[in-house]
Design a protein around this ligand. Structure first.
Ligand code: FAD
Length: 450
């Protein structure tokens, strides 16, 4: 049996770039993917680059329209993407009664053209096609249709098996995404805590009358037994939008969330009067705390595999690229007999840039807001007090900082007009485990960490 330098499991953005990076460095790489067609997108994703107008995961993502390349300036890598793109110029967060906190005013940001975009919509299936081609050109052996369900490690190497096939390698990168089986079977989840589920349904809708075609929109509802959320994102095709209806709590019937936004709430329902489903998709996962040390016994975690909820496409791309290079360095170090640095460099990056620089609690606060301000009346009131537009932003970590600062500035008004809301706001500084406790309790019976 051929012994590979590296087995990469999972051909999402992280795995494809990990394989390409290692292949470019001359390693013998096997990329193993569960889907029979690597280019097929079988689950919901907003298909945007986060974020175009600020540093995200310590890097600046760009799209070079002339050369048809996506890339990251600071880490210094790029890859082809020759599909359609669409600039997204603002993110508007709505309260249930339609008050808006605008992260960017599209009429303003549009004036700056590409440099005024906060995010870029793309077609993820075309992205997969381009990334796959680059991995193949880098000499990577691709194995679609293989669901890896066993991994064992020795001091010399790693064996991975599934769907009747076995692979041997010196190292393995687990890029099998959120709720990775490999992380679970190798014990990476032992020290993680469980928050909740993330349950999503939605898909592509045509003919939505959103306030602007280049606007990201999000909102939430208190109508079901626990909060429900809506995210709507411009899609690259014609008048289409990608829409996701989400809950963290299994007691919520997602159809109720869909109906609330699309039929019942008079403000939002107006947008969907003539809309039609083009395609429906779903997604579900557990949300954990992140893995602290994403490496042991020759197995390195990349992308969403070790993260809380998700790193977003751009975070997964950076992580995958760095993981592939870390293993390329490790293989070279082993061969020439020098002290190991490559993997510890990746671990330092994970700690500094992700665990400390992009706190998962800040990310989860995007979902925790209606758990903090727990009535529709109170959130409508708070939104009504915020008059000034926020900086243009499609960065879920930064958005929460901007919101926090703005809420601080309206505290004197709240103190005077509705002081009973202040103890609720104080909850924002509690540990996330306490804020999300009601939903954690509702999910617990099905918990399966290891
Ligand atoms: C509703 C929703 C909307 C989103 N919107 C956006 C957005 O607008 N912008 C953005 O940047 N991000 C968005 N994301 C997040 C983004 O989709 C992920 O962060 C990104 O895809 C992570 O890439 P990855 O390579 O780490 O994992 P994945 O993309 O999940 O890839 C993992 C791969 O591993 C394969 N696999 C899994 N198990 C096995 C196994 N046992 N054997 C073999 N193969 C296996 C899977 O089939 C898959 O191809 C969204 C996510 C959701 C759920």
């Amino acid at each position: 049996m051929k012994k590979y330098d590296l087995i990469v499991v999972g051909a999402g953005p992280a795995g494809l770039l990990a394989a390409k990076a290692a292949g470019d460095a001359g390693l013998e790489v096997a990329l193993v993917e569960r889907k029979s067609d690597v280019t097929h997108l079988d689950r919901l994703c907003g298909q945007t680059l986060v974020s175009l107008n600020d540093y995200y995961f310590d890097d600046l993502v760009y799209y070079n329209r002339r050369g048809k390349k996506m890339g990251f300036s600071k880490n210094g890598f790029s890859f082809a993407y020759d599909g359609p793109v669409k600039n997204c110029h603002a993110w508007h967060l709505f309260s249930p009664n339609g008050s808006c906190i605008p992260f960017g005013i599209p009429e303003e940001t549009r004036k700056k053209g590409d440099d005024g975009a906060i995010g870029l919509a793309f077609d993820k299936e075309i992205l997969f096609k381009c990334m796959l081609q680059e991995a193949e050109e880098a000499g990577v052996d691709i194995f679609p249709g293989i669901n890896i369900n066993e991994v064992s490690t020795t001091p010399q190497g790693v064996t991975a098996s599934g769907s009747g096939k076995t692979f041997e390698g010196s190292y393995l990168i687990a890029a099998d995404g959120a709720n990775s089986r490999i992380a679970r079977i190798l014990g990476f989840n032992k020290d993680r805590s469980f928050y909740s589920y993330l349950l999503t349904k939605g898909g592509y809708l045509s003919n939505v009358k959103a306030p602007a075609p280049d606007l990201m929109v999000s909102s939430f509802t208190y109508k079901p037994v626990a909060p429900g959320y809506m995210f709507m994102i411009p899609r690259v095709y014609d008048d289409q939008s990608t829409i996701a209806f989400i809950s963290l709590d299994p007691r919520v019937n997602l159809d109720d969330v869909v109906n609330y936004f699309m039929r019942e709430n008079p403000f939002f329902a107006e947008w969907f009067k003539s809309s039609e489903w083009v395609k429906q998709l779903a997604f579900s996962q557990y949300i954990y705390t992140p893995v602290i040390t994403p490496y042991k016994d020759r197995v390195l975690l990349a992308g969403d595999t070790g993260s809380s909820q998700e790193l977003e496409n751009s975070g997964a791309m950076i992580s995958g690229w760095k993981a592939g290079n870390a293993i390329a360095a490790a293989v070279k170090e082993d061969k020439v007999g020098i002290a190991s640095q490559g993997i510890s460099h990746y671990l330092d990056w994970w700690k500094r840039v992700y665990l400390e620089g992009h706190r998962h609690e800040d990310y989860l606060m995007n979902f925790a807001m209606p758990y903090v301000i727990d009535t529709e009346e109170d959130i409508n009131y708070i939104f009504s007090l915020i008059k000034d537009p926020m900086p243009p932003c499609w960065n879920p970590y930064a958005v929460i900082k901007y919101l926090g600062q703005t809420i601080q500035s309206i505290i004197p008004t709240i103190q005077e007009e509705r002081p009973q809301i202040l103890p609720k706001l104080a909850k924002m500084s509690q540990p996330m485990t306490e804020i999300l406790e009601p939903t954690t309790k509702a999910c617990k019976p099905l918990l399966e960490l290891d």
